[in-house]
Design a protein around this ligand. Structure first.
Ligand SMILES: NC(=O)C1=CN([C@@H]2O[C@H](COP(=O)(O)OP(=O)(O)OC[C@H]3O[C@@H](n4cnc5c(N)ncnc54)[C@H](OP(=O)(O)O)[C@@H]3O)[C@@H](O)[C@H]2O)C=CC1
Ligand SMILES: O=C(O)C(=O)CO
Length: 313
């Protein structure tokens, strides 16, 4: 079996070596411009169109991340990039679930224990105990309840917070109230104090966190965007912070990355920023997952993790 690999920033040699250990019988090579030799599988991130176009013999393409929006948007522009019938897989969790849990739990607790207020008081040398927040007033709402959203929901129910989720299809997760579809979005938002976004970037979800959505959250709400920058209308977020509707926001992803130095988000006292690091691809776990999936395909089994081109995630 032949496998081609392309990632613009990963350490290609260590990936090739690691994959070889997982799949000792495979011939694995870095794809370089002009390489049109046969391949059974392609492992990619931001692939050049010519890497995949015309490769009808591929048995699978693996995105080296959880979100496939960059590949699918390229596919919109170049529909022949992924030959018809070739399945596209993405990374399901592979260590990202735990990272998302760490991020979400630490920030929710930061807001719940009012560390943002105490930090502001510290600037004024102000020694002033504040009223505790109550868990029942701190409902967490997860936009997106897939592989990562579910993990984050689990970690927050474990801390005793009321947790609800919103997805396309209804969920039955222990301790989590499920809302599904656009018709239940308002009910989901009503009373949500901390909104955590883990949706995929699709035509239906772009710009979903906008002024009208923010207005429906509980007062003094918080927003944690862990998914994609295009989900959030940054100007609407700033307006909601300045009006007092929102108390704080923590953003890992931005409509333009790196976030431009002149973005007002950098200077806003109630916006915290991380540079798209909420959950990164863990090489060992990703390689083990890809190898397992390839073995399943080779045995004629149906693995999970295939992207629905119809739904865009
Ligand atoms: N910041 C970072 O470092 C990282 C960000 N990400 C982002 O997180 C996203 C989520 O990842 P993951 O959990 O693995 O993805 P999944 O595909 O497993 O989950 C997506 C969830 O969104 C729901 N959904 C999709 N479209 C809609 C819609 N139109 N209306 C309502 N719900 C919808 C799905 O509903 P249903 O369950 O019904 O299908 C599902 O619950 C990725 O797409 C990526 O963009 C991922 C990794 C790292
Ligand atoms: O895997 C993804 O989709 C990411 O955003 C990684 O940072």
């Amino acid at each position: 079996m032949d496998i081609i690999f392309y990632h613009p920033t990963f350490d290609t040699q260590s990936w090739l070596a690691g994959l070889q250990q997982q799949l000792p019988d495979a011939r694995i090579r870095e794809w370089r411009e002009g390489d049109d030799r046969p391949a059974d599988y392609a492992l990619v991130w931001h692939p050049p169109v010519e890497m995949l176009a015309g490769r009808h013999q591929l048995k699978g393409v693996f995105a080296l991340g959880a979100g496939v929006d960059s590949i699918l948007s390229k596919l919109q522009a170049y529909p022949d990039m992924l030959p018809a019938g070739v399945p596209l897989f993405r990374l399901e969790d592979t260590g990202m679930g735990l990272q998302m849990q760490e991020y979400a739990v630490s920030q929710v607790l930061h807001w719940f224990r009012r560390f943002d207020d105490y930090q502001a008081q510290k600037q004024q040398a102000n020694w002033q105990p504040l009223d505790d927040y109550r868990r029942e007033d701190f409902t967490i709402g997860l936009l997106g309840a897939g592989v990562l959203g579910r993990k984050v929901a689990e970690s927050l129910t474990a801390w005793g917070f009321p947790v609800r989720c919103w997805s396309r299809r209804k969920k039955d997760y222990p301790g989590v109230t499920s809302f599904a579809g656009v018709e239940q979005l308002s009910d989901f938002l009503n009373g949500t104090r901390v909104l955590i976004n883990l949706l995929p970037n699709t035509p239906q979800t772009v710009g979903i966190i906008n002024a009208s959505l923010l207005a429906r959250l509980a007062d003094e709400a918080y927003v944690l965007n862990l998914a994609r920058g295009v989900h959030l209308v940054e100007a609407d977020l700033l307006a909601a912070l300045d009006s007092g509707k929102l108390k704080g926001a923590m953003l890992d992803v931005f409509s333009k990355e790196p976030l431009p130095v002149d973005s007002p988000l950098w200077k806003h006292p109630r916006v915290a920023i991380t540079p798209h690091v909420a959950a990164v691809t863990r090489a060992d776990e990703a390689m083990a997952y890809i190898a397992k999936t390839i073995r399943q395909i080779e045995k004629g089994e149906t693995p999970t993790g295939e992207v629905s081109l119809q739904h865009g995630y």
